[in-house]
Design a protein around this ligand. Structure first.
Ligand code: NI
Ligand code: MN
Length: 228
Protein backbone atom coordinates (compact mmCIF):
# COMPACT_ATOMS: atom_id res chain seq x y z
CA UNK A 1 0.00 0.00 0.00
CA UNK A 2 1.17 3.48 -0.79
CA UNK A 3 0.42 6.69 1.15
CA UNK A 4 1.13 9.95 -0.67
CA UNK A 5 1.20 13.28 1.17
CA UNK A 6 -0.60 15.83 -1.01
CA UNK A 7 0.30 18.64 1.38
CA UNK A 8 -1.43 20.13 4.47
CA UNK A 9 -3.84 17.35 5.58
CA UNK A 10 -4.53 15.82 2.17
CA UNK A 11 -3.51 12.18 1.71
CA UNK A 12 -3.94 9.67 -1.06
CA UNK A 13 -4.10 6.06 0.12
CA UNK A 14 -3.61 3.56 -2.70
CA UNK A 15 -4.12 -0.17 -2.26
CA UNK A 16 -6.77 -2.34 -3.88
CA UNK A 17 -8.79 0.94 -4.02
CA UNK A 18 -7.89 4.64 -4.04
CA UNK A 19 -8.96 6.76 -1.10
CA UNK A 20 -8.30 10.49 -0.81
CA UNK A 21 -8.65 12.14 2.58
CA UNK A 22 -9.32 15.90 2.97
CA UNK A 23 -8.57 16.77 -0.68
CA UNK A 24 -7.49 20.40 -0.35
CA UNK A 25 -5.61 20.97 -3.61
CA UNK A 26 -6.85 24.30 -5.03
CA UNK A 27 -5.21 27.05 -2.95
CA UNK A 28 -2.95 24.59 -1.13
CA UNK A 29 0.57 26.01 -1.49
CA UNK A 30 2.07 22.55 -0.79
CA UNK A 31 0.09 20.67 -3.46
CA UNK A 32 2.26 19.05 -6.15
CA UNK A 33 -0.59 17.61 -8.23
CA UNK A 34 -3.69 18.93 -9.93
CA UNK A 35 -7.25 18.23 -8.87
CA UNK A 36 -7.74 16.28 -12.11
CA UNK A 37 -5.11 13.77 -10.92
CA UNK A 38 -7.67 12.67 -8.32
CA UNK A 39 -10.55 12.04 -10.72
CA UNK A 40 -9.94 8.25 -10.53
CA UNK A 41 -10.38 7.84 -6.76
CA UNK A 42 -12.96 5.42 -5.34
CA UNK A 43 -13.55 7.14 -2.00
CA UNK A 44 -13.26 10.68 -0.64
CA UNK A 45 -13.19 11.18 3.14
CA UNK A 46 -13.97 14.63 4.58
CA UNK A 47 -13.05 14.98 8.27
CA UNK A 48 -14.78 18.35 8.80
CA UNK A 49 -16.27 21.32 7.01
CA UNK A 50 -13.34 23.77 7.08
CA UNK A 51 -12.22 24.78 3.60
CA UNK A 52 -8.69 23.41 4.03
CA UNK A 53 -10.24 19.92 4.42
CA UNK A 54 -13.50 20.00 2.43
CA UNK A 55 -11.25 21.45 -0.27
CA UNK A 56 -11.98 20.15 -3.77
CA UNK A 57 -14.41 17.45 -2.62
CA UNK A 58 -17.24 18.78 -4.80
CA UNK A 59 -15.11 18.89 -7.97
CA UNK A 60 -13.52 15.46 -7.40
CA UNK A 61 -16.84 13.83 -6.45
CA UNK A 62 -18.52 15.23 -9.58
CA UNK A 63 -15.80 13.96 -11.91
CA UNK A 64 -14.96 10.64 -10.24
CA UNK A 65 -18.35 9.48 -8.97
CA UNK A 66 -16.41 8.43 -5.86
CA UNK A 67 -18.28 7.65 -2.66
CA UNK A 68 -17.95 10.56 -0.24
CA UNK A 69 -17.62 9.56 3.42
CA UNK A 70 -18.35 12.21 6.01
CA UNK A 71 -20.54 13.00 8.99
CA UNK A 72 -24.30 13.32 8.52
CA UNK A 73 -24.33 17.14 8.40
CA UNK A 74 -21.62 17.48 5.73
CA UNK A 75 -23.26 14.63 3.81
CA UNK A 76 -26.55 16.58 3.80
CA UNK A 77 -24.73 19.69 2.60
CA UNK A 78 -23.00 17.84 -0.25
CA UNK A 79 -26.25 16.11 -1.22
CA UNK A 80 -27.99 19.51 -1.33
CA UNK A 81 -25.25 20.64 -3.74
CA UNK A 82 -26.00 17.76 -6.11
CA UNK A 83 -23.47 15.14 -4.98
CA UNK A 84 -25.49 11.92 -5.05
CA UNK A 85 -22.96 9.34 -3.92
CA UNK A 86 -22.59 10.32 -0.28
CA UNK A 87 -22.28 7.82 2.53
CA UNK A 88 -23.12 9.40 5.85
CA UNK A 89 -21.55 8.07 9.05
CA UNK A 90 -20.88 9.39 12.53
CA UNK A 91 -18.41 9.21 15.38
CA UNK A 92 -17.86 5.68 16.65
CA UNK A 93 -19.50 4.13 13.61
CA UNK A 94 -17.72 1.63 11.38
CA UNK A 95 -18.88 0.48 7.96
CA UNK A 96 -17.32 -2.02 5.57
CA UNK A 97 -18.29 -1.68 1.91
CA UNK A 98 -18.89 -4.71 -0.34
CA UNK A 99 -15.41 -4.25 -1.87
CA UNK A 100 -13.90 -4.86 1.57
CA UNK A 101 -12.82 -1.26 2.25
CA UNK A 102 -13.84 -0.11 5.74
CA UNK A 103 -14.07 3.22 7.51
CA UNK A 104 -14.53 4.14 11.17
CA UNK A 105 -15.07 7.72 12.33
CA UNK A 106 -13.34 8.78 15.54
CA UNK A 107 -13.69 11.83 17.82
CA UNK A 108 -11.83 15.06 17.05
CA UNK A 109 -11.75 18.17 19.25
CA UNK A 110 -12.30 20.96 16.75
CA UNK A 111 -15.00 22.81 14.74
CA UNK A 112 -16.65 22.02 11.42
CA UNK A 113 -18.40 25.11 10.02
CA UNK A 114 -18.82 25.21 6.27
CA UNK A 115 -18.47 28.62 4.58
CA UNK A 116 -20.71 28.84 1.53
CA UNK A 117 -20.51 32.31 0.02
CA UNK A 118 -21.77 34.61 2.78
CA UNK A 119 -23.43 31.77 4.69
CA UNK A 120 -21.97 29.81 7.58
CA UNK A 121 -23.45 26.30 7.57
CA UNK A 122 -23.46 23.90 10.50
CA UNK A 123 -21.09 21.07 9.65
CA UNK A 124 -21.75 18.75 12.60
CA UNK A 125 -18.96 17.34 14.74
CA UNK A 126 -15.48 17.07 13.28
CA UNK A 127 -14.02 13.58 13.03
CA UNK A 128 -10.90 11.57 12.52
CA UNK A 129 -11.04 8.42 10.40
CA UNK A 130 -9.55 4.96 10.34
CA UNK A 131 -9.33 3.51 6.83
CA UNK A 132 -9.25 -0.30 6.75
CA UNK A 133 -7.86 -1.64 3.49
CA UNK A 134 -5.81 -4.68 2.49
CA UNK A 135 -5.27 -5.74 6.14
CA UNK A 136 -3.93 -2.31 7.05
CA UNK A 137 -5.39 0.33 9.34
CA UNK A 138 -4.57 3.96 8.56
CA UNK A 139 -5.61 6.62 11.09
CA UNK A 140 -6.02 10.22 9.90
CA UNK A 141 -6.68 12.45 12.91
CA UNK A 142 -8.29 15.32 11.00
CA UNK A 143 -7.87 18.56 12.93
CA UNK A 144 -7.88 17.91 16.67
CA UNK A 145 -6.45 18.75 20.01
CA UNK A 146 -4.89 16.07 22.17
CA UNK A 147 -7.50 13.90 23.86
CA UNK A 148 -7.41 10.94 26.23
CA UNK A 149 -9.85 9.20 23.84
CA UNK A 150 -6.86 8.57 21.57
CA UNK A 151 -5.78 5.84 24.01
CA UNK A 152 -8.71 3.77 22.68
CA UNK A 153 -7.10 3.80 19.24
CA UNK A 154 -4.33 1.52 20.50
CA UNK A 155 -6.91 -1.30 20.34
CA UNK A 156 -7.42 -0.65 16.61
CA UNK A 157 -3.84 -1.82 15.83
CA UNK A 158 -3.05 1.22 13.71
CA UNK A 159 -0.32 0.76 11.10
CA UNK A 160 0.12 4.44 10.26
CA UNK A 161 -1.10 7.49 12.21
CA UNK A 162 -1.28 10.82 10.37
CA UNK A 163 -1.21 13.57 13.00
CA UNK A 164 -1.51 17.37 12.86
CA UNK A 165 1.46 19.11 14.53
CA UNK A 166 1.12 22.79 13.54
CA UNK A 167 -0.46 24.12 16.74
CA UNK A 168 -2.84 27.10 16.93
CA UNK A 169 -5.83 25.15 15.54
CA UNK A 170 -4.62 21.66 16.47
CA UNK A 171 -2.06 19.73 18.49
CA UNK A 172 1.49 21.07 18.40
CA UNK A 173 4.63 18.94 18.09
CA UNK A 174 4.69 17.96 21.76
CA UNK A 175 0.99 17.11 22.01
CA UNK A 176 1.10 15.19 18.71
CA UNK A 177 4.01 13.09 19.97
CA UNK A 178 2.01 12.37 23.12
CA UNK A 179 -0.95 11.40 20.92
CA UNK A 180 1.33 9.00 19.03
CA UNK A 181 2.36 7.43 22.34
CA UNK A 182 -1.36 6.90 23.14
CA UNK A 183 -2.19 5.44 19.71
CA UNK A 184 0.90 3.22 19.39
CA UNK A 185 0.98 3.05 15.58
CA UNK A 186 3.74 1.20 13.74
CA UNK A 187 4.54 4.56 12.10
CA UNK A 188 3.53 8.15 12.88
CA UNK A 189 3.74 10.88 10.22
CA UNK A 190 3.23 14.62 10.85
CA UNK A 191 0.85 16.82 8.82
CA UNK A 192 -0.98 20.19 9.02
CA UNK A 193 2.13 22.37 9.44
CA UNK A 194 3.97 25.11 7.49
CA UNK A 195 1.08 25.58 5.05
CA UNK A 196 0.35 28.99 6.58
CA UNK A 197 2.53 31.17 8.87
CA UNK A 198 0.29 30.57 11.90
CA UNK A 199 0.94 26.80 11.84
CA UNK A 200 4.71 26.84 11.44
CA UNK A 201 6.33 23.81 13.06
CA UNK A 202 9.47 21.70 12.82
CA UNK A 203 8.49 18.16 11.71
CA UNK A 204 11.88 16.69 12.65
CA UNK A 205 11.19 17.82 16.23
CA UNK A 206 8.03 15.71 16.14
CA UNK A 207 9.99 12.69 14.91
CA UNK A 208 12.55 13.18 17.69
CA UNK A 209 9.92 13.56 20.40
CA UNK A 210 7.87 10.59 19.16
CA UNK A 211 10.98 8.39 19.10
CA UNK A 212 11.83 9.53 22.63
CA UNK A 213 8.39 8.18 23.61
CA UNK A 214 9.10 4.88 21.83
CA UNK A 215 7.11 5.50 18.62
CA UNK A 216 8.58 5.08 15.15
CA UNK A 217 8.02 8.28 13.15
CA UNK A 218 9.14 9.86 9.92
CA UNK A 219 8.62 13.02 7.90
CA UNK A 220 7.03 12.63 4.48
CA UNK A 221 7.47 15.79 2.39
CA UNK A 222 4.57 17.11 0.28
CA UNK A 223 4.47 15.15 -2.98
CA UNK A 224 6.36 12.22 -1.46
CA UNK A 225 5.04 8.72 -0.74
CA UNK A 226 5.68 6.01 1.79
CA UNK A 227 5.16 2.29 1.12
CA UNK A 228 3.82 0.18 3.94
NI1 NI B 1 -10.08 22.72 10.69
MN1 MN C 1 -7.27 22.52 9.13
Amino acid sequence: MRLTFLGHSAWLVEGSKKVVIDPFITGNPQAQIGVEDLYDVDYIVVTHGHSDHLGDTYDIARHSGATVISNYEISLYLFSKGIQNVHSMHIGGKYIFSDGIGFKLTPALHGSAIIDGKDVIYGGNPVGVIVFMDDRAIYHAGDTGLTMDMKLLADELIDVALLPIGGNYTMDVKDAAKAASFIKPKLAIPMHYNTFPVIEAEPEEFVKEAKRLGINAQVVAPGQSVEI
